[in-house]
Design a binder for this molecule. Structure first.
Ligand SMILES: [Zn+2]
Length: 368
């Protein structure tokens, strides 16, 4: 009788423990995964998920940065193999620091859901002492345009292939936040400036979705213009950094294309590259000698595929930065040295169609 009682008691205990374990693992499943991969987390679900992860992983710390034009403040999720996150120590330890922005246009939520998967993946690897993420530090903005994210509807971008419901482009004041860096009409831009100068990233990513053109690729890339960036950073970006990312993404079955900004002309005549002046996030980053990448997934591809491509790009970027962090730091330092000795500062440019057309066509013809 006693043995039988003990048996049932242990069985009950095991069942209870299993329930506990499954509750824990359930808390790590993103709403995107749980609801069929055509679903994007709401603002509340997104933040609740990150707070659950913070409980689970000591490598994660969520910090409130400052106000936005919505009722909620902006947060950043810090992540490194250090047990306690201290951004100044990231610099002392020579980590490659990557700042990732999501949902600046909340109708383009791919990065919001992809980053939730990314942070879980990297935190798990850090927990296991995996050296593949030892020398990188991540700062992830879960949602930049909170006001837009709260304004959910299936009809904000009707041509887009999913998710079933998502936010709007404008923020709480209906400002386009990706035209507001430098100008700072929004509280978001002022809070971002504070965050940016605190984190002092080496690399910046701002996740987007395209808006119009049709083509085969799932993901395109609006890298900051190397010729505008100039100096050692411009050279490195054009000849080494960007081609490496394109090559590895191709291995992952997500070949990329430079961001397509087409206005009806044939590609063989050349298209203008996207000019990221400092009112755009990548232009703002470039102004501070930070390498900037703007993934633009293709709006006409299914949501699950777009999220996966965005996640893959961020993983590939982390892998590159982990392996080449010293190189990245040396190049950025040398850029600063060049600028400190600079005596002439161009304030205006004139367009040279001969050179520009040649470089754009070369760009298109060397990439699939
Ligand atoms: Zn966008």
């Amino acid at each position: 009788m006693f043995r039988s009682f003990l048996f049932y008691y242990l069985k009950f205990l095991a069942a209870f423990m299993m329930l506990f374990v499954s509750t824990l693992s359930f808390s790590q499943i993103t709403p995107f995964e749980a609801k069929g991969k055509n679903y994007s987390a709401s603002y509340e679900e997104c933040m609740a998920y990150y707070y659950d992860l913070q409980q689970q992983y000591p490598a994660i710390e969520i910090v409130e940065i400052g106000p936005t034009d919505a009722a909620y403040p902006m947060h950043v999720v810090l992540l490194s193999s250090d047990r306690r996150q201290d951004v100044s120590k990231w610099h002392v330890k020579n980590k490659a620091i990557i700042l990732i922005n999501n949902g600046i246009h909340s109708g383009e939520p791919d990065g919001i859901d992809a980053s939730m998967l990314l942070v879980r993946d990297v935190a798990e690897r850090m927990q296991q002492g995996n050296t593949s993420v030892e020398n990188v530090a991540l700062a992830v903005i879960p949602v930049y345009n909170i006001g837009g994210c709260l304004n959910r509807s299936p009809f904000n971008r009707v041509d887009q292939d999913g998710p079933e419901e998502f936010g709007s482009r404008g923020n709480g004041q209906n400002l386009d936040l990706n035209r507001d860096f430098i100008k700072c009409d929004s509280r978001e831009a002022r809070t971002f400036a504070k965050l940016f100068h605190w984190i002092k990233p080496d690399v910046f990513v701002d996740n987007h979705v395209s808006d119009g053109a049709d083509y085969q690729h799932v993901i395109t890339m609006a890298t900051t213009q190397h010729n505008k960036l100039g100096g050692p950073m411009g050279d490195y970006l054009e000849k080494i950094f960007e081609p490496s990312l394109f090559a590895v993404m191709e291995q992952y079955q997500y070949p990329m294309l430079p961001y397509v900004n087409a206005w009806g002309k044939d590609a063989s005549e050349g298209w203008f590259q996207f000019f990221d002046s400092p009112r755009f996030s990548s232009g703002y980053a470039a102004l501070h000698n930070v390498f900037a990448f703007v993934p633009e997934t293709h709006m006409l591809k299914p949501y699950a595929q777009r999220v996966d491509a965005t996640l893959k790009f961020m993983q590939v970027l982390i892998e590159y930065c982990q392996q080449h962090r010293q190189e990245i730091h040396v190049i950025r330092d040398s850029m600063l040295n060049v600028q400190q000795q600079q005596t002439v500062f161009p304030l205006q440019w004139t367009f040279n169609p001969k050179i520009s057309k040649k470089s754009i066509i070369a760009d298109i013809s060397t990439r699939k």
